[in-house]
Design a protein around this ligand. Structure first.
Ligand code: AMP
Length: 588
């Protein structure tokens, strides 16, 4: 990446998006012209028009055989003109299937560039731009890597980043902004790691100005761990000794050095705050100088907005970057925007970006360039990267919300294939999020409970099929006796159904083809167990995204084993019928 990390360069970049995109495509096609993959379509040419005409738009299954050949030891130029030095494993929680993607150092360098750029933007807004002004408590994790048959490393993007010299040995030594030493971040045991992150963060509480993770779930999980371990954490701080179960020596020694010796005053303060009957605002009580959360909070992660707000007395949640294992895309230029309003500005020098308008799946002629997308329209990104993916469909749906100079900005709408359906209706991630926000209002108004995690599933094992929502609930006050009120939960079921679209409501009310929606309340800790299940399949806390809909029977079994109670919607909405007839009238 030739540009340095400063805001002026960002203006240059976003003002010349068209030219930069054309240059990027030229560079990629020249680099890859003689690969086996591109030869078939371009016969050595790097012409843009020919590329648009001949190179097909593809999904993972189309390129998998080429990727696997390189992974199995054939030369990189089967697919990529540049060297392939490692593979990224996508976290597998979004689409269900695990995929690997070829990359080299350029990907990690781009990620470093985005992270540094984003840090610069947040520092400007929160005025914490040097180590003297404070530290960030970041819950970053490492995850053991595997290798391909040819000996190349396969790791998650987050792991590849924290293991790289860009992170462990940065030119600016910006790591000193973090409360945790590298040894804690790099510890391969995530349980020891999260405990030590908390211990370091608590020891340095007066310096903490920001609290973050890659994706929001890791923050919620850290708060859960704090709730379980606060007595042990404060006892470690009181004595100055790290618990014996922290057996990773590098981690242990580095944390001991940070504790520095017994600190009974700090231990008293932690015990006082954590034994308070309400945990509302615990983050700002323990870390009074914290000004913001920093993590990806859009898309599937949006379900955690109320939880993070509750624990922090509504600290701003700054959503950071948008990216995937296939390519990085862009950053949130306006760190202060509310999570619901966040848009990401694509950076034109990362990959060549094209866009397939939603509902034009079969019509490749409708694909447009980055600078030609239209405000308010919905698209799926199609990327051509430096490492061998050409016109690859990402599977996310984005909406164009504006332009930063000449570069479009996009709101993340949903994953394309994440839909609930028992009949012909399609209930998307976005619908589910909106409906859940409405149902939690009912919960909020009538109980002392909060929803700390959810996912759902279309159960078609019986007729009529119905939607099942798995809800994990927690009392807002620690001493509150956990009670489930059948009427309130039935109302929550109804609120979910009421939010779904006219097709759902018609199939439910008029045709009886969808059965009553069900909420299954699960034990506390169930969503941590679900995460552990996905991690055992190759994921990592750092990159984990709770799936909004569950299709895998193994993951469902994790939830089913923890069901405490079941509630059904008791009413059938008549508005489904009315709205349906109104829609029909409009088409007459
Ligand atoms: P992975 O390759 O496993 O890291 O997963 C990448 C996927 O995570 C993307 O295709 C998106 O579906 C999701 N994702 C990444 N960044 C964001 C973001 N800022 N907002 C919403 N979803 C995101």
């Amino acid at each position: 990446m030739s540009l340095s990390v400063n805001i002026k360069d960002l203006d240059v970049l976003t003002s010349n998006a068209k030219q930069i995109q054309d240059d990027v495509l030229k560079e990629i096609l020249t680099l890859n012209a003689n690969t086996e993959y591109l030869q078939r379509f371009l016969h050595g040419s790097s012409d843009k028009d020919l590329f648009k005409k001949n190179v097909p738009v593809v999904s993972y299954d189309d390129v998998k055989p080429y990727i696997e050949r390189v992974a199995n030891g054939e030369p990189s130029d089967v697919i990529s003109g540049g060297p392939i030095t490692r593979f990224l494993r996508s976290s597998g929680t979004t689409g269900g299937k695990e995929k690997i993607f070829p990359i080299n150092d350029k990907y990690i360098e781009t990620l470093r560039y985005l992270v540094a750029l984003f840090s610069l933007l947040t520092s400007k807004h929160f005025n914490d731009n040097d180590a003297k002004k404070g530290k960030k408590m970041l819950f970053l994790y490492n995850r053991s890597e595997s290798t391909t048959p040819s000996g190349l490393m396969v790791a998650l993007a987050s792991t590849s980043f924290v293991m790289s010299p860009y992170f462990t040995n940065p030119p600016s030594k910006s790591n000193s902004y973090y409360t945790s030493p590298d040894q804690v971040i790099l510890c391969p045991d995530n349980n020891q790691s999260v405990y030590c992150h908390l211990l370091c963060g608590l020891s340095r509480r007066d310096e903490v100005v920001g609290v973050g993770s890659s994706f929001a779930y890791a923050l919620v999980q850290a708060i859960n761990v704090l709730q379980i371990y606060w007595k042990e954490l404060s006892s470690n701080i009181r004595s100055g000794h790290v618990s014996k179960w922290i057996t990773d020596l590098n981690c242990r020694n580095s944390v001991s050095a940070i504790l520095g010796g017994p600190n009974p005053e700090l231990a008293d303060m932690i015990e006082k705050e954590c034994s308070n009957k309400s945990w509302e605002g615990i983050i700002t009580r323990l870390w009074p100088k914290a000004k913001y959360f920093e993590c990806i909070i859009t898309g599937q992660m949006a379900q955690y907005i109320p939880t993070l707000e509750f624990y922090s007395n509504k600290l701003p949640i700054v959503s950071t970057i948008y990216g995937s294992s296939e390519s990085l895309f862009g950053i949130n230029m306006d760190p202060l925007s509310k999570p619901q309003d966040v848009s990401y500005t694509f950076l034109p020098n990362i990959s060549y970006f094209e866009f397939l308008p939603v509902d034009h799946e079969g019509d490749m002629a409708s694909i447009v360039d980055l600078v030609d997308v239209k405000l308010g329209c919905y698209y799926e990104p199609v990327i051509t990267n430096y490492f061998g993916l050409h016109r690859y469909l990402i599977g996310d749906i984005l909406e164009v919300t504006g332009f930063y100079n000449s570069t479009p900005q996009f709101r993340f709408v949903r994953r394309k294939n994440m839909v609930l359906s028992v009949e012909i209706e399609e209930t998307t991630e976005e619908d589910i999020l909106k409906a859940s926000a409405r149902a939690t209002l009912v919960l909020d108004q009538s109980t002392n409970l909060m929803l700390t995690g959810f996912t759902c599933h279309a159960d078609i094992s019986t007729f009529p099929g119905h939607y099942v929502f798995y809800w994990e609930l927690k009392a807002k006050d620690v001493n509150y006796v956990f009670q489930l009120d059948e009427n309130v939960l039935a109302e929550c079921c109804y609120a979910l159904e009421e939010s779904f679209d006219v097709f759902y409501r018609k199939l439910r009310s008029k045709d009886g083809l969808i059965g009553a929606l069900e909420i299954r309340v699960v034990q506390q800790g169930t969503f941590d167990s679900l995460m552990e299940y996905f991690i055992s399949q190759g994921g990592s806390i750092g990159q984990y995204k709770t799936p909004m809909c569950i299709k895998s029977s193994e993951a469902l079994a994790v939830l089913e084993n923890k069901v405490l109670a079941r509630f059904y919607s008791k009413k059938i909405s008549s508005s489904g019928l009315i709205v349906y007839f109104c829609v029909l009238k409009c088409f007459e």
